[in-house]
Structures are given as structure tokens and as C-alpha cells.
Design a protein around this ligand. Structure first.
Ligand code: UTP
Length: 297
């Protein structure tokens, strides 16, 4: 029996430059879809997958994230005084057991691979998950839970993947595919942000990973790759080169790239339309506004 995966790393130390100036003082992960910050969606998905230890890799200026998962005695007292039981219930989403979240610092934004490596001392000798909160996945069956289930049967590394249009491959880590079997795609290689011509497939890696401790050891050794950053992709390629199994997992559901403005706006519309209390009014508004030439001027 493989040991159950109970630890997840949430790398949240990036600069979030695509959302400047907002991200000058607000962490990207605190941006909201309707009324819940991106990090809440990521934590909920991880909790549903059985994760018990949540490791945040943070940086300067991310204290709003720590506060979000802390208790708020004055607010709770005021809500209790006003008998706002429904709001107190909503606040429970942010309630984390003492000690369930650990924060480690990435001193400089040297890339996703480096951020994951920063958590190495909290991982030990067991496979672990990595969740990028800016990839939000709407699905009946939470993506990470499905991956952990599939991983129990095969081990190694597993990366959430989706097919992207040819012109989008330069934005992603792309798998070189050895074999496809149901939801699983066995990789014989992986390349970070290839050109359209050089891309070995259209199977793109998105922000859910199950990794083995040997990836952390590789991350400690590898040099900076594409963009001057320590690339997680390069460490995963080393696993493949060492003959370790690496699979893509073709998840079900709709993924929104909330690290980009277009993806974030699409997610906002989709999540607003999924709320029964907002749907009709919001759909009517969208219909009207599409007919207006300059809606916000
Ligand atoms: P992104 O590539 O989206 O970078 O990182 P970013 O800095 O967040 O945003 P832009 O591109 O400047 O707008 C993907 C994930 O990796 C984390 C980010 O926080 C995000 O969750 N990351 C990235 C780190 O934790 N540290 C890094 O050095 C780089």
C-alpha cells in the first residue's frame, strides 16, 4: 500500500506582475471570484482530496494571505452580537486547525521550481502535492482528489494536463507522449514553453502536481533554466531521464487561468453565473452590456 498523500505545497511567492498595480499591495491569491479569494478555491480542493498539511511558500507583502486563514475575534464577536449566524457559517471556510498551515519564505522570486524547493524541509520522504492557486478548476470531481486516486495505482510523478490549441503551446510545459491510456498520459519527456514547431504534443501541464522527494533533490542541483528561473519542468525531466514514471492526468472540468487577466475575467463570469442568487440578474446584465459599444466609459 502506498502512503496516502497528506501534504500540499502552495507556491504563492510570485510577483504577480500581470495584475499590477493591484498586486503591488494585494497578493494575487487574494483576488476574488465573486466573494471568495483564489486561495480559498485551492484550499477547498486540497481539503476535499484529503490534504492535512498545507505549506505556503510566501514572500514579502503576502501577510494578507496569512491573516485570511487566521481567526478574526472582533469580527466574529460583532457578527455574534448581531446574530448573523449565516455569515459566521461562511467564515468557517477560512478556519484552519492550529498548525495545519506552515509558511516558508522564498527570499527571491527565482521561479516555481525554486519555490517548491524552499519547502523541502517540511516534506520528508513521501510524495506530496503542489497546487497553484491561480489555476482554478471547476469540476464535479475535484481535480487533485482524482489525481491522488489515480496516483495510488501507479506512483511516480503525476501532472494535471489538458490539450491546448497549437498556438498556445509556447505558454506551457508540454509533454512528449509515450502512451495514452484513459485519463493517463505516460511521458517520455517534458519541455518548458517550446516553440510551436518544436512542441512534442499539445498536452499542456497546468497547476496541479504530485511529486516525489527525488524531485526536490534534483531541484537543489539544477541550474536556472528558461527565463533565468529554476524550472520545475527541468527537475521532472530528470525523473524521466532516470527511468521514473511520469504521467499526465487529463482531468475533467473547466480550468481558468486566473494568473492572466482574460482567464480571471472569464472565471469571474463563470462563477457568478453558477450562483443561483446572481445568475438571472447577471445574465441579463451581460446580455445588455454586450449590445453597448462603450460600457465603462
Ligand atoms: P507565475 O508564472 O504565474 O508568476 O507563477 P507570478 O509571479 O505569480 O505572476 P506574473 O507572471 O508575474 O504575473 C506560477 C505560480 O508559481 C508561484 C506563483 O506565486 C504562482 O502561484 N511562484 C512563481 C513562486 O512562488 N515563486 C516564484 O519565484 C515564481
Amino acid at each position: 500500500m502506498r502512503k496516502r498523500i497528506t501534504k500540499a505545497i502552495f507556491p504563492v511567492a510570485g510577483l504577480g506582475t500581470r495584475f499590477l498595480p493591484a498586486t503591488k499591495s494585494i497578493p494575487k491569491e487574494i483576488l476574488t471570484l465573486v466573494d471568495r479569494p483564489l486561495i480559498q478555491y485551492a484550499i477547498d480542493e486540497a481539503r476535499a482530496a484529503g490534504i492535512k498539511e498545507f505549506i505556503f511558500v510566501t514572500s514579502r507583502g503576502k501577510s494578507a494571505l496569512e491573516d485570511y486563514f487566521d481567526s478574526a475575534p472582533e469580527l466574529e464577536k460583532a457578527l455574534r452580537r448581531r446574530k448573523k449566524r449565516d455569515l459566521l457559517e461562511i467564515l468557517k471556510q477560512t478556519d484552519m486547525d492550529s498548525g495545519a498551515i506552515a509558511y516558508v519564505r522564498q527570499k527571491e522570486p527565482l521561479g516555481l521550481g525554486h519555490a517548491v524547493w524552499c519547502a523541502r524541509r517540511l516534506i520528508g520522504e513521501e510524495p506530496f502535492a503542489v497546487v497553484l492557486p491561480d489555476d482554478v478548476i471547476a469540476s464535479d470531481r475535484p481535480c487533485l482528489g482524482e489525481m491522488i486516486e489515480a496516483h495510488a495505482g501507479i506512483g511516480g510523478c503525476m501532472l494535471a494536463t489538458m490539450l491546448v490549441d497549437r498556438e498556445k503551446v509556447p505558454n506551457y510545459g508540454i509533454l512528449d507522449v509515450a502512451e495514452e491510456k484513459g485519463a493517463l498520459v505516460r511521458a517520455r519527456g517534458i519541455v518548458e514553453k517550446p516553440s510551436i514547431e518544436a512542441a512534442p504534443s499539445r498536452h499542456a501541464v497546468i497547476g496541479r502536481y504530485i511529486l516525489t522527494p527525488s524531485v526536490l533533490r534534483s531541484l537543489g542541483r539544477i541550474r536556472r533554466g528558461a527565463g533565468g528561473e529554476v524550472q520545475l519542468t527541468d527537475a521532472i525531466q530528470q525523473e524521466i531521464a532516470r527511468g521514473q514514471p511520469v504521467h499526465g492526468f487529463r482531468f475533467e472540468g473547466q480550468r481558468y487561468d486566473c494568473g492572466s487577466k482574460a482567464g480571471y475575467l472569464q472565471a469571474t463570469v463563470a462563477f457568478a453565473l453558477s450562483r443561483p442568487e446572481l445568475r438571472d440578474e447577471f445574465a441579463g446584465f451581460l446580455h445588455e452590456i454586450l449590445a453597448m459599444p462603450h460600457a465603462a466609459e
